[in-house]
Design a protein around this ligand. Structure first.
Ligand code: GAR
Length: 192
């Protein structure tokens, strides 16, 4: 099973996937890692692992439609079975979704449908929930609204800050993403 991973930031989830693939725990080929901006640590991690990378720099485009069209083409060039948003902080448009129908996966650091959006950890903490977590879903045109594939719960501690809570969520999120990709690879008949 071939995947393309999209990142905007540090790519710690990506690193976990790279490690699982390299150790033989995940029968997936990471065909490429793409980013929406130059200089991300996620792209550096991919390059260090010998994975092809590409950047479709949002700021270089006059409008979203052109950016989206280029992102779609650059991603499709690797003919992935799944595209994985791993902290990719941009909304893609319908053209991208149509090119990868039910094949664009997203991770979110909260138990959807609670706390969607860019600040899932902060919003859960501010609300005062005692349990939050992470979600792997199939992305659709909404913001964190697609069908849920898997979730894991994480308790909120009394002295948690956004950072400490997010770090604990990410531990679960990495394991959940790998487990979910492994299940999809099995369904797709991948053994290597
Ligand atoms: C992850 O927790 C991911 O769920 C979140 O960004 C983090 C990226 O971490 N994504 C969202 O909040 C999307 N709404 P990473 O760059 O270290 O993998």
């Amino acid at each position: 099973m071939r995947i393309v991973v999209l990142v905007s930031g540090t790519g710690s989830n990506l690193q976990a996937v790279i490690d699982a693939v390299q150790s033989g725990d995940l029968p997936v080929e990471i065909a490429a890692v793409g980013a929406d901006r130059p200089g991300t640590y996620g792209v550096e991690r991919a390059a260090a692992a010998g994975i092809p990378t590409f950047v479709v720099d949002f700021k270089q485009y006059g409008n979203r439609t052109e950016w989206n069209a280029d992102l779609t083409e650059r991603t499709a060039a690797y003919d992935p079975h799944y595209v994985v948003s791993s902290g990719f902080m941009r909304i893609v448009d319908q053209q991208f979704l149509d090119r990868f129908p039910n094949r664009y996966l997203n991770t979110h650091p909260a138990l959807l449908p609670s706390f969607p959006g860019a600040h899932g950890v902060r919003d859960a903490l501010a609300y005062g929930v005692k349990v939050t977590g992470c979600t792997v879903m199939i992305a659709d045109a909404g913001i964190d609204t697609g069908p849920i594939l898997s979730q894991a719960a994480v308790p909120v501690l009394d002295d948690d800050t956004e950072e400490t809570l997010h770090e604990r969520i990410k531990v679960q999120e990495r394991a959940l993403l790998i487990e979910t990709l492994r299940d999809l690879a099995t369904l797709n008949g991948s053994t290597a």
